[in-house]
Design a binder for this molecule. Structure first.
Ligand SMILES: Cc1cc2nc3c(=O)[nH]c(=O)nc-3n(C[C@H](O)[C@H](O)[C@H](O)COP(=O)(O)OP(=O)(O)OC[C@H]3O[C@@H](n4cnc5c(N)ncnc54)[C@H](O)[C@@H]3O)c2cc1C
Length: 439
């Protein structure tokens, strides 16, 4: 959970605690007019402002330089269009607040990621995604944006196909304005049946494409150097029949967090134990089935701190990437015990979307906080670079202006729209200045 108290003292610290800033002027507006005045004020001062969602990004995208702002006072449902199944929320709403509200209207989001602590605006600004080869990111579920641009003007944009403004707003990293209202295209409420099982790397290489075609959601965990993997699948139901008991939820949480915390602390003290922990984790994968409403089953608590990088590659490279990862990691070149998470997503159209134009597989690499991550992440980056990879921009990456240009054919279209909406670079911190060569 984001610490508003910390922001009130002028400090910024992200979830993974790898990005910090201080001596910030902090704002907590409670109306569109107030946001507009704040942006005008910062613009007149020739300073910069960043809106912080829940500070769950690993990259410096949310890191403020002069002014910071939270929309935590602008949360909740604004309106529902039952006929078109569209729901408009204040952009500061946390993802975990959406499901129970939509349920009352018999609606739900199409897909979600691993956790639900993020704010709506933060999640859609970095293209937060879940898994499912027929499904796209949370950004893709947005049909209308209401935002204050860099001149303080309030604008509304309705998504249209092949429209540059929609493609830019799709994943905008907070560079086009302060998003204040978001309209989602929802689905009729549904539940999911979840199954976790063991599989081997050989089976995955043989049947991954069948599995991702057969299930609404499919996700794999590869334990560094191990033959055994975990496969999680989920399929749609109208309503849940097997309710998970509170005890079961507590046990799952205990295993996923408390036991992992203990093992991680051990690995930090004795890095050589990482391989054994990876082996034990691969063998101890919890297996079974449960059913819940979708918004209850997508997220899990993540209490153990880690650093993460995640890159998307065209789906055709799924097997080649996995095979190469295993080939290298079985000789134990790094002390790492966190599994690599592999998810899939349908291609989408945002100018800066990592899955733009191609159904993709996401490979996510994690390192327990405090253990050296540089060599492992650099190796992973180089490996993925061979497969036309594009990073999740909210996670750690090694992008430069040159690689951004090479990977995002429409970067210039994005930057042209940005310049039009924020001519005085109110939202451009040093990080973006360096990455996108704006000033
Ligand atoms: C434990 C953990 C699990 C995660 N799981 C997943 C996952 O399953 N899938 C996935 O894709 N990602 C995942 N992420 C990454 C996370 O979803 C993204 O980094 C997301 O952007 C975080 O949302 P936030 O609200 O914390 O935004 P922040 O990190 O605070 O901000 C992200 C960006 O949004 C901008 N922003 C925030 N609010 C506004 C606004 N109102 N208007 C304009 N711009 C705004 C910020 O300036 C910044 O550029 C995970 C992260 C963590 C720490």
């Amino acid at each position: 959970m984001l610490s508003i108290d910390k922001l009130r003292t002028g400090k910024f610290l992200n979830w993974a605690q790898n990005e910090t800033a201080q001596q910030l002027n902090f704002h907590e507006p409670s109306s569109i007019e107030e946001i507009s005045s704040i942006v005008e004020y910062v613009r007149a001062e020739k300073k910069t402002i960043r809106t912080v969602g829940a500070a769950h990004s690993f990259s410096p995208v949310a890191k403020p330089q002069h002014h910071s702002m939270s929309l935590h006072q602008l949360r909740g449902l604004i309106s529902i269009d039952k006929e078109h199944r569209q729901a408009t929320f204040w952009a500061g709403t946390y993802l975990h607040e959406i499901g129970p509200v939509l349920k009352q209207y018999g609606l739900a989001l199409e897909n979600m990621g691993d956790i639900a602590e993020q704010s709506i605006a933060g999640a859609i600004s970095t293209g937060t995604h879940g898994t499912g080869l027929q499904l796209r990111s949370i950004s893709n579920q947005v049909v209308k944006w209401g935002f204050i641009d860099g001149t303080g003007q309030y604008r509304e944009v309705t998504r249209q196909e092949n429209d540059g403004m929609s493609q830019a707003l799709h994943l905008s990293l907070g560079l086009l304005g302060v998003i204040v209202q978001v309209t989602f295209q929802a689905l009729p409420l549904y539940a999911l049946s979840y199954t976790s099982q063991h599989c081997t790397i050989e089976e995955t290489l043989k049947n991954a494409s069948t599995i991702m075609g057969e299930h609404r959601h499919a996700e794999w965990f590869y334990f560094p150097g191990q033959e055994k993997m975990q496969l999680k699948t989920m399929d749609q139901l109208e309503s849940p029949t097997i309710q998970t008991s509170r005890f079961q939820k507590w046990t799952d949480d205990f295993m996923e967090n408390n036991v992992l915390q203990l093992l991680s602390t051990g690995c930090k003290i004795f890095p050589k134990a990482s391989h054994l922990v990876s082996k034990v984790s691969a063998r101890g994968v919890p297996t079974g089935t449960k059913e819940e409403y979708c918004y209850d089953i997508f997220p899990s608590p993540r209490k153990v701190k880690f650093l993460e990088m995640e890159y998307a590659v065209p789906i055709a490279y799924f097997e080649a990437v996995l095979e190469e990862i295993h080939f290298v990691l079985k000789s134990k070149p790094f002390h790492v015990h966190f599994p690599i998470e592999i998810r899939v997503a349908a291609g989408e159209s945002g100018f800066l979307s990592p899955t733009q134009g191609a159904d993709s597989a996401f490979f996510a690499f994690h390192m327990y906080k405090g253990m050296p991550h540089e060599a492992y992440f650099t190796w992973a980056h180089r490996l993925l670079e061979k497969y036309q990879a594009r990073p999740h921009l909210g996670k750690m990456n090694q992008l430069t202006y040159e690689t951004m240009q090479a990977k995002y054919a429409q970067l210039h279209d994005f930057l042209a729209i940005r310049e039009q909406l924020d001519p005085q670079n109110v939202f451009v911190t040093n990080y973006f200045n360096e990455l996108l060569k704006i000033k």
